[in-house]
Design a binder for this molecule. Structure first.
Ligand code: GAL
Length: 674
C-alpha cells in the first residue's frame, strides 16, 4: 500500500513547484465514473476493472479509477482546474499477460497534454502531470496501443485535480454530439415480389439442406424453382428448400416468387462441396441484449420476431444462443443449478432450456437456423460448463439436437494448467509456442464438427490472438473474431471497425473476419437500453460491417424493434455488399483529415465505396479524381442507403459531391457506365 505520508508529500511538492496555492483537491474517483465509456467491463471506483485493489508494478493504490481500453472519460472543466496528476499503468491483475498494452492520453480542448506512450503489464506506474490552465474540455483516454483491447486493464491511480475553488466536475462517456433524431433513408421494399439475399449457397453432401428464399413483396406469395437438383424439394407456400444432395457439384437454379402483382426471378448457385458459409452468416445472437439472463423463451421470441418483422425476407437466418444455456459453476441463480454432464459425460442444459432439440426444431420450422455457444476450456466466459475433454461428445450432441452454428469462445482455456493438460497434438512445425497454444483447442473441435451429419458453421471466438485470420480456415473455422468485445459506443465501434485492414486479405468465401456483433436497437447485456450510437453512427456501423464482409449478427432484443432500426437492417442493396459472392473484404484506400474511404470489390465488376466522416462536424466536399482508385471513364453512381441513382461521374475530371454528417457515411456503388 502506498503510504499516506508519500501521498501528502507528493501533493505539497506539487503545490510548491507550480507556485499556485491550490485551494482544493478534487479526486477523480469522487466524480461520476460510471458514465465512462470503455471497451470491456464496467468502470470501477478505487478498484481495478476486475474489482481488485488498484495495483501497478507491485504498488497498491487506495484511490483511483480502474478502467479498460478503449476508454474515455470526458470531464467538463470550463477552466476550473489548474492541474491533473495520476500514477498510471496496467493493473497487475492481468498477470503480466503479453497481450496487454495500453496508452494513457490526457487531452485538453482537443490537444494532447500528456501521453504515457505504450505501457505493458508488470511495468511500474508512470507519473502523469498535465497543466490544465484554461482548459474547458478534458478527456482521459486509454488507447489499446493499436493491438486490440485484450487484457488492457488500465488504472488511473491517485488521480486528482488541483482547482482554485471548484469542488466537482460533470463527466460523460462520449464527446457530446449535436442530437440527431433517427431518420430513415431507405424506401420500403415494393409490394411486387423481389428475391433478396445471397446468390450462392454452400452445403456438404449428405447434410440436411435448409434454405429459405428471402423475398419481399405482398403476401400471399407462391414460390417455385427451375432446375432444382435431385434430392431437394421446395415448399411453394413458405419458400423453404429442404432435402439433401448426395454428391458434390455446382447447380444453377432459377428461383421464382409470384404474387398478385407480378413475378420475380433470380439465378441462384448451389455449391455442394466441402465449404459452407460461402457468404458471411447473417442472424441474431442473444449476448448483446440478454447476456446471462437468456432463456429458451427469449430465443423462441427472437425467432418469431425475425419472421414477424420481415427480416427473414432479407436473408437473416441464424438464431444463436450465446453463453448461459448450460449450468453454472457457482451462480446464486437457482435456474442455473444442476449437473453439468450426465453419467456418460454428455452436456446437460440448464432449467431455462428444458428441450434443446425442441428449440432447434422450433427455429427450423420457421425456416431459420439455430446456433449455440461453448468454450474449449472447462468453463465458458460466464462460468458455465464448457467442452474441455468432452469435445467429441459435445459436437455429437449439438448435431443430435439439430444446431447449425457453434461459437467457440476461448476464456478458461487460457488458464495455463488447462493447456499443459491438453494432450491434443498440433502438427505445425512452423508455428511458435504461442500460436500452437492458440490453435490447439480450435483444431480439436474443428476435427469433430465436420464429422457430424449436418453442417455446423464454426465460429472462432478468441479476440484475434496469434493472428487467427492466418490459420482460422485451416482448423475448419468459418469465421473468427478479430477483436475484443464491442460495446454500443462510438469509440468502441469505430476503433474496432476502422482497424480491420491487416486481416482483410484473409477473408474469402467460407472464411470471414468477425469484428463482433451489431449494436443497433435495444441492447444492454441484460439491462436493455436504446443503443448509445447516434443515428449517423448506426449508418456508419452497418455500412462498415457490410463493406468488411463481416458476419452480421443482430445483438438487440428483436421483439422491441423500432422503425429506424428495422429499416437499417433491411436495406437489400446495403446487405448485398456483405453477401457479395466474390467474398472480398473492403480496406481503407484513403485517409484525408477526418475522411476515410473504404473500397470493396464486387462480383459484378463494380465497386462499393464508403465515405466515412470520423469527425464531429459535417463534411461538405466535392470529391475529385476517382482515378486514384483505379477507376476510368464514366461511372454510374448509386446511393445505396437511399437506393437512388446519383448523376454519372467521369473518373478523370468529374466531381462526386459528398455531404457526410458527423460520424456518418455516404455509401456509393460505382459501376462503369455502358
Ligand atoms: C465473451 C465473448 C462475448 C460473449 C461472452 C459470453 O468472451 O467475446 O461475445 O460470448 O464471452 O460470456
Amino acid at each position: 500500500m502506498k503510504s499516506r505520508f508519500a501521498l501528502a508529500l507528493g501533493f505539497s511538492l506539487a503545490v510548491f513547484t507550480t507556485g499556485i496555492v491550490s485551494a482544493e483537491t478534487v479526486w477523480l474517483d469522487d466524480l461520476n465514473l460510471s458514465v465512462a465509456s470503455q471497451g470491456w467491463g464496467t468502470p470501477h471506483k478505487n478498484q481495478s476493472v476486475d474489482g481488485h485493489a488498484l495495483t501497478i508494478g507491485g504498488t497498491k493504490y487506495e484511490r483511483g479509477f480502474g478502467t479498460h481500453a478503449e476508454g474515455a472519460l470526458h470531464i467538463k472543466l470550463d477552466g476550473g482546474a489548474q492541474k491533473f496528476s495520476a500514477s498510471v499503468g496496467v493493473d497487475d491483475e492481468v498477470n503480466k499477460n503479453p497481450d496487454s498494452s495500453v496508452e494513457f492520453i490526457v487531452r485538453g480542448d482537443g490537444k494532447v497534454l500528456w501521453t504515457s506512450g505504450v505501457m505493458r503489464a508488470g511495468e511500474a506506474a508512470k507519473a502523469c502531470e498535465a497543466d490544465l490552465t484554461g482548459i474547458k474540455a478534458l478527456v482521459l483516454e486509454v488507447g489499446d496501443a493499436d493491438d486490440g483491447i485484450n487484457f488492457d486493464h488500465a488504472d488511473w491511480a491517485d488521480a486528482k485535480f488541483e482547482t482554485a475553488s471548484a469542488k466537482t466536475f460533470a463527466t460523460s462517456g462520449e464527446a457530446p454530439m449535436a442530437p440527431v433524431a433517427p431518420y430513415i433513408l431507405t424506401p420500403s421494399a415494393p409490394a411486387t415480389p423481389r428475391i433478396n439475399g445471397a446468390n450462392v449457397f454452400g452445403v456438404r453432401p449428405g447434410s440436411p439442406f435448409m434454405f429459405t428464399i428471402p423475398a419481399t413483396g405482398e403476401r400471399p406469395m407462391e414460390f417455385s424453382a427451375k432446375n432444382l437438383p435431385e434430392g431437394l424439394k421446395l415448399d411453394a407456400q413458405t419458400g423453404h428448400i429442404t432435402g439433401a444432395l448426395k454428391t458434390k457439384g455446382e447447380f444453377t437454379v432459377t428461383l421464382l416468387a409470384k404474387n398478385s402483382l407480378g413475378t420475380a426471378e433470380k439465378k441462384f448457385r448451389i455449391v455442394c462441396g466441402d465449404q459452407m458459409a460461402l457468404t458471411p452468416p447473417m442472424g441474431w445472437n442473444s449476448w448483446n441484449c440478454f447476456a446471462g439472463a437468456v432463456s429458451a423463451e427469449h430465443v423462441k421470441s427472437a425467432a418469431d420476431a425475425m419472421v414477424r418483422s420481415g427480416l427473414i425476407n432479407h436473408g437473416w437466418t441464424y438464431i444463436n444462443v450465446d453463453d448461459f444455456w448450460q449450468n453454472h459453476r457457482n451462480s446464486k441463480d437457482p435456474t442455473l443449478h444442476g449437473e453439468f454432464r450426465d453419467a456418460k459425460g454428455f452436456i446437460v442444459p440448464n432449467s431455462r432450456f428444458p428441450d434443446m432439440k425442441g428449440l432447434a426444431d422450433y427455429i427450423h420450422g420457421l425456416g431459420l437456423k439455430a446456433g449455440l455457444y461453448s468454450s474449449p476450456g472447462p468453463w465458458t466466459c460466464g462460468g458455465c460448463a464448457a467442452s474441455w475433454q468432452h469435445e467429441e461428445q459435445d459436437a455429437q450432441t449439438y448435431a443430435k439436437w439439430g444446431f447449425d452454428y457453434l461459437k467457440y469462445d476461448w476464456c478458461s482455456y487460457g488458464d495455463n494448467n488447462i493447456f499443459s493438460h491438453d494432450t491434443y497434438a498440433v502438427n505445425r512445425p512452423e508455428a511458435d509456442a504461442n500460436t500452437i497454444k492458440a490453435i490447439r483447442p480450435y483444431q480439436h473441435m474443428g476435427e469433430y464438427l465436420p464429422k457430424q451429419n449436418r453442417d455446423i458453421v464454426f465460429s472462432l471466438c478468441q479476440y484475434g490472438m496469434a493472428d487467427v485470420w492466418k490459420w482460422g480456415g485451416s482448423v475448419q473455422g468459418n469465421c473468427w473474431r478479430t477483436t475484443g468485445d464491442i460495446t454500443d459506443t462510438w469509440r468502441s465501434m469505430s476503433s474496432i471497425g476502422f482497424r480491420q485492414d491487416k486481416a482483410a486479405p484473409f477473408a474469402k468465401p467460407g472464411n470471414w473476419n468477425d469484428p463482433d456483433m451489431l449494436i443497433v436497437g435495444q441492447v444492454g447485456w441484460g439491462n436493455l437500453h436504446p443503443t448509445h450510437l447516434t443515428p449517423d453512427e448506426q449508418y456508419t456501423h452497418i455500412s462498415l460491417w457490410c463493406l468488411l464482409a463481416s458476419p452480421l449478427l443482430i445483438g438487440c432484443d428483436m421483439t422491441k424493434f423500432d422503425d429506424f432500426t428495422l429499416n437499417l437492417l433491411s436495406n437489400d442493396e446495403v446487405l448485398a455488399l456483405d453477401q457479395d459472392a466474390l467474398g472480398k473484404e473492403a480496406t481503407c484506400v484513403l485517409t484525408e483529415g477526418n475522411l476515410k474511404v473504404y473500397e470493396k470489390e464486387l462480383e459484378d465488376g463494380s465497386r462499393a465505396f464508403g465515405f466515412f466522416n470520423l469527425g464531429s462536424a459535417p463534411i461538405n466536399q466535392d470529391f475529385k479524381s476517382l482515378v486514384q482508385f483505379g477507376l476510368a471513364g464514366n461511372q454510374h453512381v448509386r446511393d445505396l442507403w437511399r437506393q437512388k441513382d446519383v448523376a454519372d461521374v467521369n473518373a478523370a475530371d468529374g466531381v462526386l459531391p459528398l455531404t457526410i454528417p458527423a460520424h456518418g457515411v455516404v455509401l456509393y456503388k460505382l459501376t462503369a457506365a455502358k
